[in-house]
Design a protein around this ligand. Structure first.
Ligand code: GAL
Length: 634
């Protein structure tokens, strides 16, 4: 059974977009449960995530399972017509597991073994954790596989949130060595890839290799890069071990896990094929003016993970969170706007952390759909209104986000490599670059997809414009594909410090950026980042035209006709206003238009296309004033 068939189990249970949140009934007694049922009905809840942190309650002693408490909740939810994303409960191991098997606890890079008492305190390579986790997943699948409430499996929780690249114990070290053996075959190959003749690092055997633990100075960059890869793969292996047992026992139930906001830790393009539907947790800071844009970008990333397919917003906060230094509330209306923003960018559900605000524990000051104050609160009133509003657009369910004409290229291994230490500047950060390129499109209400560096040529050529922010590390094959994309008519906007190293962080020789020199029509001789964080470089034009130059006459933006297409190059980061003007010009040249024309300042629109082919525009007013927008579709 493939993912489309499995997803029917979820979508078949929903009459409109999914609406609800993390439901943690084990924190409450029967009276509250009865009220939950009533309030969920009032709020229009149709989907909840159940059991995320319920391992200790469900398996109170090794191998002794107690499902009775859960049976009742699932029955009640089924009766109320609420679909359930049932968690495999493995994100937070119970105290007995780490008491009996302290080796499960992760070890930091300086050798400190972390303690239990919080959550996610497990080593991703631990066979003990994996065996116990899979055993629990198997029990859950066997018991609830045919339960009418079960619509979706939710494996673990936010992989890599607390423990990515966080284990340097002996078990992890052995696993890392095994992973390297698989990747390189021989230690000679590894020595070559890791440039170990530098600083006398040549290895005689795999047994001499460690995870990049705390060391006197810079650690080998290729080793660090491989450790990033290994960590993402190792967590994926944990996920897959559980998934394997779930799909064996319940082949008709879709499987997902929730991704952390704009996380660097996991190579999400490598993970995405293993999720039946992408799921995401979003926590914009209501006091950060850049948050709506960052959030829009993250949603574009989520949509890009499965080539434009809708995804699930699995968590957001109805009001304040509790984990920033100061946790401001979301002002009235903000939650509604945030929710529609997610839908506009492709979300098929609007779920919250969590349904009912906890009374005790570390998250008691985190907002919830039902606040401590209960039904007579502003938040619950807004929750109720939003539930009714979402339900009144049933056509959105089954609609697909309209494909954009522009895309931004993102690659996790290059992101990891870009931000390694001992570089020309510590100020070059991938997210800053990606957001700076995406913002002019967002501000102009131009839709932008996100694609992986591995996207094939046919898929790339669907786009008129490709933004390539700081693609520092690139394989020859990817570079060649990007060049062909332009040669055959595409337009790229590429920024500095792209095409510098290969997949082992070895410099592409032949003048920077060697794989893109012909494409860009220039050569970079020296990098010269300034103390204020500005990046500059010395460029020699080899066919490109300078579009703008610095006061000293150095080209800052160049344009080069290459075959049928055009390659723009930014040798520095223009100020936001100039970046907007530049991208407006580029867009005009290659015909990339806003979703709707002439939208007032602060108003943004995205389009979804229904199964019947109708275009639905979701129009978001992110400004402070009321505006009226009446437009025919383009
Ligand atoms: C998420 C997590 C939830 C909850 C939430 C609070 O990272 O998945 O369990 O902790 O944050 O904002």
């Amino acid at each position: 059974m493939d993912e489309t068939a499995r997803l029917r189990r979820l979508y078949g249970r929903l009459a409109s977009l999914g609406y609800g949140g993390d439901y943690n009934p084990e924190q409450w007694g029967p009276e509250v449960h009865a009220e939950d049922a009533e309030l969920m009905r009032e709020a229009g809840v149709n989907l909840v995530t159940l059991g995320i942190f319920s391992w200790a309650k469900t398996e109170p002693a090794p191998g002794a399972y107690d499902f009775t408490w859960l049976d009742g909740h699932l029955d009640r939810l089924a009766e109320a017509g609420v679909a359930v994303g049932l968690a495999t409960m493995t994100a937070s191991p119970p105290p007995w597991l780490t008491r009996l098997h302290p080796s499960v606890l992760p070890v930091t890079e300086d050798g400190v073994r972390l303690h239990p008492g919080s959550r996610q305190h497990w080593c991703p390579s631990s066979p003990v954790h994996r065996t116990h986790a899979v055993r629990l997943a198997e029990r859950l699948a066997t018991r609830y596989g045919t339960h009418p409430a079960l619509a979706l499996w939710h494996i673990g929780n936010e992989y890599g949130c607390h423990i990515s690249r966080h284990c340097h114990c002996e078990v992890s070290t052995a696993a890392f060595r095994g992973w390297l053996r698989q990747r390189y075959g021989t230690v000679a190959e590894l020595n070559d890839a890791w440039s170990t003749d530098f600083w006398s690092q040549r290895y005689g055997t795999f047994e001499e290799i460690h995870t990049p633990r705390k060391a006197p100075s810079f650690r080998n960059p290729a080793q660090q890069l491989d450790y990033w890869r290994f960590s993402s793969d190792e967590l994926l292996a944990c996920y897959l071990a559980e998934k394997e047992v779930l799909t064996r026992i319940t082949p008709d139930v879709p499987v997902t896990t929730n991704f952390v906001p704009l996380a660097k830790t996991l190579d999400l393009f490598a993970w995405a094929p293993h999720l039946d539907v992408i799921a995401y947790d979003s926590y914009p800071d209501p006091h950060d003016e850049s948050a709506p844009h960052r959030t829009a970008f993250s949603y574009d990333v989520m949509r890009g993970l499965k080539d434009g397919r809708p995804w699930l917003l699995l968590e957001q906060a109805p009001g304040a969170v509790n984990w920033r230094e100061r946790n401001g509330r979301k002002p009235p209306g903000r939650m509604r706007l945030d929710s529609w923003q997610a839908v506009a960018h492709g979300a098929d559900s609007v779920l919250f952390f969590q349904w009912r605000q906890s009374r005790g524990g570390a998250e008691k000051f985190h907002s919830a759909m039902v606040p401590h104050g209960g039904r007579e609160t502003r938040i619950f009133r807004e929750v109720r209104e939003l539930g009714a509003e979402l339900a009144s657009y049933p056509d959105l369910l089954g609609s697909r986000p309209e494909r954009a004409d522009a895309a931004l290229l993102l690659d996790w291994p290059s992101w990891w490599a870009l931000e390694l230490d001992a570089h020309p500047s510590a100020d070059v950060r991938l997210l800053d670059a990606a957001l700076a390129h995406h913002k002019p499109l967002y501000d102009a209400s131009v839709a932008c997809d996100v694609v992986s560096a591995k996207t094939d040529l046919a898929a790339l050529t669907r786009y008129r414009l490709l933004l390539i922010p700081n693609l520092y590390s690139v394989t020859n094959e990817t570079a060649e594909r990007i060049c062909t994309y332009v040669r055959t008519g595409g337009t790229v906007v590429m920024s500095y410090f792209s095409g510098i190293t290969d997949e082992h962080d070895r410099v592409h020789l032949g003048g920077y950026p060697a794989p893109f020199r012909a494409l860009l029509g220039l050569r970079v001789e020296e990098f010269d980042p300034r103390p204020d964080g500005t990046w500059t470089e010395e460029i020699h034009l080899e066919g490109a035209q300078a579009v703008t130059s610095s006061p000293e006459g150095a080209p800052t933006v160049t344009r080069h006709t290459y075959g049928e297409g055009t390659a723009w190059y930014l040798s520095t980061r223009p100020a936001p206003k100039e970046m907007r003007a530049l991208l407006d010009r580029v867009r005009a040249e290659c015909g990339v238009r806003p979703t709707l024309p002439d939208l007032p300042e602060g108003v943004r629109a995205r389009t979804r296309v229904t199964a019947a082919g109708d275009r639905l525009h979701v129009v978001l007013n992110e400004g402070d004033l009321s505006v009226e927008v009446r437009r025919e579709s383009r």
